[in-house]
Design a binder for this molecule. Structure first.
Ligand code: NAD
Length: 485
């Protein structure tokens, strides 16, 4: 360890600790391809420590009661707000996202997550079922014990807190792992939890690789439930591991979301929102619409306007206030996206705009930038239209009838979200009900109410997050039946 470098330690039993065998992973600024910090490369021993401190802390935290837990969480939310500019800069540096996005979306949402569940748990209660003979059943929701929360790199603190907040609000203690690709804000969050007075062991953050840290977090017999967000492939491994011990699982996984545009839509609103739903956060949002389906009668007009507006989006350094598309999160992911653009060409696609990796001026000349890319001329069965790319790449296909639009939209192994554009209220309802997807937005995109169930169907997810669904997931319900004499 060198004194002049940033080292991102684990947070175990209320203290910041280096990993047991002092191994570290480079943390890269993707806009420059330069290491700016080192994060703990933890091993099984660190996980054992974290799980045992979570186990020790469980009874005290559960018995503290919802009101006191809620008050500590409110303090955490306050500190996130107080330190928001530090967190904003860290998130943008680590992930490559435009600083503006981190300021308006990621960090405010992290404190909103904590605040929301600190409030929600105060409204969370069981039910009662009186019987004809006067006997009564009532239910109570008990925390599970130690739970694992594992999150990805695209919305680092946003998704990390989205899991941790309901888990600790409900009285569980947590072992959490952010992505090794973007660990910076999770580390800063450890310090916030210490400063807010979160009792030691309630939350333990263990950094490292998925196969070295994530896997033991999911297989350990003392872990009662796993809340995971990430790829469908990793979700599959976790589901198999969890099944051996009958652990509860909540899996939020990949998507290939359709964005269905009917000719009767509010065209200007649709165009503005479609730019965002395609390219926000470099297309690295699981809810981005990557398969755009447009009614034939407006197809040519749409392509011309959409391409025109996309050309004007600034690809650039994340710190520039007018950057719309920042850096791709890592070299690995950058190469994956470029390989899909090459595949689309092989599959007969036409690149209407983008497709290139632009060279930025120094000091960003080695950064991972990809232009927002629109591809047409592909069949819906091809790999480009079936596999998740998770970058600033969308395809556009035309349809001639509602039936055809529905068949194209549903022709996917994924089913996370869908966006529908129409001014016909009958069609809006009819069509939304038939879409095979966990979330449908009509005439909007990414409008979020934290009370609503969030999650996907098919290979996009198992279970729901958000609101009371999350509190149900992180508790076990018990029915108590009293015979009245
Ligand atoms: P990933 O699956 O590679 O990694 C996610 C997390 O799992 C990381 O922390 C990683 O270290 C960990 N992990 C890896 N292998 C593991 C294992 N064997 N056991 C336990 N943990 C393991 O995903 P990613 O590349 O970080 O994220 C991108 C993916 O996340 C995309 O597929 C995207 O669609 C998905 N995503 C889904 C949602 C949603 O809400 N449905 C939201 C955001 C991202």
């Amino acid at each position: 360890m060198r004194k002049d470098q940033i080292y991102l330690h684990n947070y175990i039993n209320g203290t910041l600790r280096k990993p047991a065998d002092d191994q570290w992973i480079d943390v890269i600024d993707p806009s420059r391809n330069e290491t700016f910090a080192y994060v703990a490369r933890s091993q099984k021993e660190d996980i054992e420590d974290a799980i045992s401190s979570a186990k020790d802390a469980f009874e005290g935290w559960a018995d503290l009661g919802a009101t006191k837990r809620s008050a500590i969480m409110m303090k955490i939310a306050e500190l996130i707000d107080e330190r928001s500019e530090i967190l904003v800069a860290a998130e943008s540096l680590d992930n490559g996202k435009p600083i503006k996005l981190a300021r308006h979306v990621d960090i405010p949402r992290a404190s909103a997550n904590i605040r929301f569940f600190a409030n929600a748990v105060l409204q969370f209660h069981g039910a009662q079922y009186p019987m004809d003979d006067g006997s009564i059943n009532y239910t109570v929701h008990d925390p599970l014990g130690v739970v694992s929360c594992i999150s990805p790199w695209n919305l680092p603190l946003y998704l990390f807190t989205w899991k941790i907040a309901p888990a600790i609000a409900a009285g569980n203690t947590v072992v959490a792992k952010p992505s090794e690709v973007t660990p910076y804000t999770a580390y800063l969050f450890s310090q916030i939890c210490i400063d807010a007075g979160l009792p030691p062991g309630v939350l333990n953050i263990v950094h490292g690789y998925g196969h070295e840290v994530g896997e033991p977090m999911t297989t350990h017999p003392d872990v009662k439930a796993i809340s995971f967000t990430g790829s469908t492939m990793t979700g599959g491994i976790i589901a198999q591991n969890a099944a051996k011990h009958f652990k509860k699982i909540s899996l939020e996984m990949g998507g290939k979301n359709p964005n269905i545009i009917f000719a009767d839509c509010d065209y200007d609103e649709m165009l503005k929102t479609t730019l965002n739903s395609s390219f926000s956060n470099q297309g690295e949002i699981c809810l981005c619409g990557s398969r755009i389906l447009v009614e034939q009668s407006i197809y040519d007009r749409f392509i011309s306007d959409f391409v025109g507006k996309t050309k004007k989006m600034k690809v650039g350094p994340p710190t520039d206030g007018d950057t719309r598309v920042g850096a791709i999160v890592s070299e690995l992911h950058y190469n994956k996206i470029l390989s899909y653009i090459a595949l689309a060409k092989e599959e007969g696609g036409t690149i209407e705009v983008g497709g290139q990796a632009p060279k930025m001026p120094e000091p960003y000349h080695n950064g991972f930038f990809i232009e927002p890319t629109i591809i047409t001329g592909l069949t819906h069965e091809c790999r480009t239209n079936q596999e998740e790319i998770f970058g600033p790449v969308v395809t556009v296909q035309a349809f001639s009838s509602e039936e055809e639009a529905l068949a194209l939209a549903n022709d996917s192994k994924y089913g996370l979200s869908a966006t529908v554009w129409t001014e016909n209220i009958h069609r809006a309802h009819r069509f939304s009900r038939k879409l095979e997807s966990g979330i449908v937005w009509v005439n909007t995109w990414l409008k979020r109410d934290l009370r609503t169930p969030f999650g996907g169907i098919k290979q996009s997810g198992v279970g729901r997050e958000g609101g009371m669904d999350a509190l149900h997931f992180f508790t076990e319900v018990k029915n108590i039946c009293i015979q009245i004499r």
